[in-house]
Design a protein around this ligand. Structure first.
Ligand SMILES: [Fe+2]
Ligand SMILES: [Fe+2]
Length: 222
């Protein structure tokens, strides 16, 4: 039996195993951000699992699918550094307060980039609020310059938020969410990912269910 080129790449394998071992811890740490706000309970788990499914449907490598899965779980971890006065504010946020909220992808990146094997994951977290039209943050990246993992998480994040009750509005219906996602094609979202989302809506909708969390099987190193 011969060993493959991939098997020879010890660094690649090592990173795969780190991610495999890290999953449960990552999912738990990601949920800490949700716990600060009961309206977002389960949000990070759903975003991680839905992002993973989208990455699978795109036919990405198992290693990349797992990077996206874990980045989805961790995308808002930087929010733990925000004071309650901003996070729970019912009134309109001041410009300064909004600027503070906009720091959370950078805070998340700064925490995660220190971890060996989390290089891609930290980048996906850093850019999860970029927009396809370049009007997002923190760097205003445009189109394909935004890492694919971040573009995927961006859709999963927005869809899950729209399907959640908020203090100022009720959850949107799935029909309304579909309409909103379509409207944001080329604007907030990657047009190809919008097409994938709409084509595979029947497969993807259960991942946003509040009744039961759809867990993805864990992947081992590719
Ligand atoms: Fe997970
Ligand atoms: Fe976020």
């Amino acid at each position: 039996m011969r060993i493959t080129e991939k098997e020879k790449n010890i660094e690649f394998l090592r990173q795969g195993f780190i991610l495999y071992d890290a999953h449960d811890l990552v999912e738990a740490v990601g949920s800490v951000a949700d716990m600060r706000d009961h309206y977002t309970y389960g949000h990070s788990i759903r975003v991680g699992n839905a992002s993973q499914k989208m990455a699978e449907l795109l036919g990405l490598s198992s290693h990349e699918i797992e990077n996206i899965h874990l980045a989805g779980h961790l995308h808002d971890i930087g929010k733990v550094a925000l004071p309650d006065s901003i996070l729970f504010k019912q009134e309109k946020l001041s410009l300064q307060e909004f600027e503070r909220i906009k720091e959370h992808p950078v805070t998340g990146y700064r925490v995660l980039c220190k971890l060996k094997g989390f290089e891609r994951i930290s980048l996906y977290v850093l850019h999860h609020h970029e927009r396809y039209d370049g009007k997002g943050y923190p760097e205003g990246l445009k189109g394909p310059d935004i890492p694919l993992g971040s573009r995927i998480i961006s859709i999963a994040d927005a869809v899950d938020a729209m399907l959640s009750d908020r203090p100022y509005r009720k959850a949107l219906t799935i029909e309304k969410v579909i309409e909103e996602v379509e409207k944001q094609k080329w604007k907030q979202f990657d047009p190809e990912l919008v097409t994938l989302f709409l084509d595979e809506i029947d497969i993807l909708t259960p991942y946003f269910s509040r009744d039961k969390v759809l867990f993805q099987p864990k992947l081992s190193g590719d």
